[in-house]
Design a protein around this ligand. Structure first.
Ligand code: WTA
Length: 630
């Protein structure tokens, strides 16, 4: 596989990938270690929907992420780990060490009876062991389901039960800035309601006192002592499940997106190397958490399969001070830095001295992901972190897509602030109007769909293929619907404008408004609620909740606090409403549907033109809502 090194070449590759996708991806897939080659590259039907890649191919992704690098890279650092506390020693794990660590965890899992196809939940902070855990599952063919360690017991219960996990890999606690989070007690609370979990392996991180349930909980450090540091990799079919990762839906419970071994490996590797133009020997840092798809694809699988040095950071950007990212980038001479707009906006608010005291000359490429980046943040990032010289690679993609879809190629694609620019080879975007017609011209705006499969696309929602079809393949039959709004300018460049469904993105984290509403409704004083997003300076979007109580609340502040805490307990602190307005009614149509458009306008502070309210059952609630807007 040749890396693209000019814009003309990008166009050539792109055109070829559209004319002959199978030949294009077969050529990319040649660069991996397959136990057995595929018989067919692709079979698909978006009406069913179904897509299979590299059919009949056999492989193990960990042999591609680790073993095949050993002849040349045994002593190269695979993972640089930077701890939460800057006074603690960082760790460098070489590819050779990674091999043994992963094998040991794999053998430890085997000793607990975990075999191919079993689901294993991983609920851990950002320490190297979390990467070992994921890779160890992949090595023996177990399916990992990583749950972000900021989620609370309620979220953990839903995810563990949906996947039927047999074992949980955990730690005693987690450090987060100056706080210690008691992860083990969250697990204990959750497991009361998770009948499928037989075993919990607990690694020590904070050395906090925890409760170990006899017969269920074991110490990682003790179990790992007894196992070999070599473990043969299980032979996997290209279409065998690699992992499940949950993402919020606009209705109902989170969706367990299913990713498979072969296509995911090929695609994350290709997009990592292409978009960032990764050069051998560079240090790459993605600040995401492994609990999200960005961490899966672009901290672990993409970079390691490319033989890169990937940095894992345990801490937060604001501790001990607002210069922490820049301190870490200087300390480890980071060459490629990939973060989220929400982090950029919060750091932009701090005095520039926090940036200027560090030498950031090692940085050559910048990246961003997770939500639309506003132009101001783009320029601040480009000018101050990139010294006006580094490209900003604005990668648009999703948990469902597995890897980058629309993104500049560093130093090749012309940049346009706030634009994800152009589709990567193999990606066929379509902009659709409200009636389901494709807008073929440039200079249009509509909903973003994808016309043709790509290797890392999710194959289904775990246990619910009908929901997969309904959510992604029914809006525009024959096409994958992303849920995002999108513009294509006169030049054919794409700009993602944000979600068009009831998913909101708060600090880069996707949440369903329905999930937050049902958490609020758990409060005994609450009769009904409606949640919408409003623009937030730093978080991108904030959570605005309209709440109807059975009785008019006496102490509004107290009740607000209780509701916030309840949401934090049920979902996780990231879902806490920023604003809670108590109302006596919601604007509903005669058929009982909440008119969210009105609620959104009020939450945005724009009450001048609420549009037609005559179809409402009781138009007077609108005045009350406007009057009480926060
Ligand atoms: C949004 C994260 C604008 C989008 C990888 C998408 C973006 C959702 C961008 C997926 C971007 C992601 N510009 N919006 N560069 N990247 N999004 O599943 O709304 O956590 O649908 O995957 O984030 O979020 P998810």
């Amino acid at each position: 596989m040749k890396l693209i090194n000019s814009f003309a070449e990008y166009q050539k590759h792109y055109d070829f990938s559209i004319e002959n996708p199978e030949a294009f991806w077969a050529d990319v897939a040649e660069n991996f270690l397959w136990r057995k080659k595929w018989n067919r590259v692709l079979e698909w039907d978006f009406h069913k929907p179904e897509a299979q890649w590299f059919i009949g191919g056999k492989l193990n992704i960990t042999e591609n992420c680790i073993d095949r690098h050993l002849p040349e890279r045994a002593n190269q650092t695979a993972i640089i780990w930077e701890p939460n506390d800057p006074s603690e020693e960082p760790r460098n794990i070489t590819y050779q060490e990674l091999f043994h660590e992963v094998c040991r965890v794999a053998n430890m899992l085997k000793a607990q009876g975990i075999t191919k196809g079993d689901r294993v939940c991983i609920y851990m902070p950002m320490i190297p062991e979390v990467a070992y855990a994921m890779l160890a599952c992949a090595r023996i063919g177990a399916i990992h389901s990583v749950v972000f360690a900021g989620f609370s017991a309620g979220s953990l219960i839903d995810r563990i039960n949906d996947a039927g996990c047999k074992l949980v890999l955990a730690t005693d606690g987690a450090y987060r800035g100056d706080k210690i989070i008691d992860l083990k007690s969250i697990i204990d609370e959750a497991l009361e309601k998770c009948p499928t979990v037989e075993r919990v392996l607990v690694a020590k991180r904070t050395k906090s006192k925890v409760n170990m349930k006899p017969g269920r909980d074991l110490w990682w450090e003790e179990e790992i002592r007894n196992v070999s540091d070599v473990c043969a990799a299980e032979e996997m079919d290209a279409e065998d499940l690699l992992f499940i990762l949950y993402t919020s839906g606009s209705t109902g419970k989170p969706k367990g997106m299913v990713h498979t071994c072969g296509g995911y490996m090929v695609y994350t590797n290709y997009t990592f190397k292409t978009a960032f133009q990764y050069q051998d020997g560079q240090v790459y840092w993605c600040t995401a958490d492994v609990g999200w798809i960005t961490g899966h694809s672009y901290i672990v699988y993409g970079p390691l399969s490319a033989g890169a040095t990937t940095l894992m950071f345990e801490g937060i950007p604001s501790w001990p001070d607002m210069g922490r990212f820049w301190h870490v980038a200087e300390k480890h001479r980071v060459n490629i830095f990939y973060t989220a707009p929400t982090a950029i906006r919060s750091l932009e608010k701090a005095p520039l001295s926090f940036v200027r005291q560090y030498d950031l000359h090692s940085i050559k490429v910048l990246g961003t992901v997770g939500e639309p980046i506003n132009e101001e943040a783009w320029h601040w990032y480009h000018d101050n972190i990139g010294r006006g010289k580094c490209p900003v690679v604005d990668t648009w993609w999703q948990t469902e897509t597995g890897g980058f879809m629309i993104s500049p190629i560093a130093n090749i694609t012309k940049l346009k602030p706030a634009y994800a620019t152009l589709p990567l080879p193999g990606v066929q975007p379509a902009i659709m109007d409200e009636n389901g017609n494709e807008l073929l011209a440039n200079g249009v705006e509509g909903r973003l769909a994808i016309r043709f499969p790509w290797p890392a696309m999710a194959r289904t929602i775990y246990g619910d293929h009908q929901r997969f079809k309904d959510t992604y393949f029914s809006t525009f039959p024959g096409k994958y619907f992303t849920g995002d709004g999108c513009k294509r300018d006169e030049e054919g460049f794409y700009r993602i404008t944000g979600r068009v469904d009831d998913i909101i993105i708060v600090s880069g984290h996707n949440m369903g408004t329905a999930e937050i509403e049902s958490a609020i409704d758990e409060h005994s004083a609450v009769c009904e609620s409606a949640v919408v997003a409003y623009p937030h300076d730093i978080k991108g979007q904030g959570v605005y909740a309209y709440v109807i109580c059975y009785d008019k609340p006496h102490e509004e502040e107290k009740l607000r606090k209780e509701i916030r805490e309840l949401v934090a307990k049920i979902i996780g602190p990231i879902a806490k409403p920023d604003k809670i307005q108590f109302v006596s009614g919601l604007p509903k149509t005669r058929s009982g549907k909440i008119m969210r458009r009105i609620l959104r306008k009020v939450a945005e502070g724009d009450t001048s033109n609420l549009g037609d309210v005559t179809t409402l059952l009781d138009p007077s609630v609108v005045d009350e809502i406007k009057g009480g807007a926060l």
